[in-house]
Design a protein around this ligand. Structure first.
Ligand SMILES: O=C(O)c1ccccc1NCC(=O)[C@H](O)[C@H](O)COP(=O)(O)O
Length: 227
């Protein structure tokens, strides 16, 4: 199970995530209470173990701006968090030439009729057919909030959709995960990876060492339900 600890704003939190066994740390460049600049991330990444992936979370930006920020910040992956834009994906794929991997977020709209399952299934089919993306991250959208919501989507509904629409995609589950529910998410959805931001914080932008340790331990211990 690949584990990403997202929305880091300082070196201590990112280093702790690495020490506790996370596979990736994330930095949010999109508008957020946890936003950080590429210049700030550039001061953090040289101090992290080379084995850990460094993911930048971007909203709609030009491909060259994303590539410039990725280069300055020392990123190994870019997470596109604002709707699927195949032209942008193709430009980035060409610019990165395999040096930086691409994660596309698909949003599951929570709290609106018909905004979730069908739309996610259609997006997953389009992404699978296009074949450029390395991983797809499914996150909750709550009103205008596109990330860091602390809210889960409907995992029961999602299980069938993921198996039917995207059996070949490497899916990363996000949205409202925490130590108390991460095992249930893994058992239900059998994802390739998991991602968390607010569920391991003591306040927005600050990680809680206890919550972080408990989350990673629970995720590592979790078993997939074969049914
Ligand atoms: O975390 C944020 O504040 C954020 C804001 C705007 C866009 C993306 C953001 N985070 C991206 C992530 O990958 C988060 O880990 C993901 O949204 C899960 O957040 P949470 O539900 O708090 O675990």
């Amino acid at each position: 199970m690949w584990i990403k600890i997202c929305a880091n704003t300082n070196l201590d939190d990112a280093q702790l995530a690495a020490e506790l066994g996370a596979d990736a740390v994330g930095f949010v460049f999109a508008p957020s209470a946890r936003r950080i600049t590429s210049a700030e991330v550039a001061k953090i990444t040289p101090h992290l173990p080379t084995s850990i992936e460094r993911v930048g979370v971007f909203h709609a930006l030009d491909a060259y701006e994303i590539a410039r920020a990725a280069h300055e910040a020392g990123l190994t992956a870019v997470q596109l968090h604002s709707g699927v834009d195949f032209a942008l994906l193709h430009r980035l794929h060409k610019l990165f030439a395999g040096q930086v991997s691409l994660i596309q977020t698909v949003h599951w709209e929570v709290g609106t009729e018909g905004g979730g399952a069908a739309i996610v299934a259609a997006e997953l089919r389009r992404i699978a057919a296009d074949g450029l993306v390395d991983h797809v991250l499914i996150d909750s959208k709550v009103g205008a909030a596109l990330g860091g919501t602390g809210v889960s989507f409907d995992w029961d509904e999602a299980r069938a959709i993921f198996q039917e629409a995207a059996p070949e995609l490497k899916l990363i589950i996000a949205g409202g995960l925490r130590a108390e529910n991460v095992s249930e998410a893994i058992q239900n959805l059998n994802p390739w990876g998991i991602d968390v931001a607010s569920g391991v914080e003591s306040m927005p932008g600050r990680k809680s060492p206890e919550k972080l340790a408990a989350f990673i331990k629970k995720a590592r211990e979790s078993k997939v339900d074969p049914a």
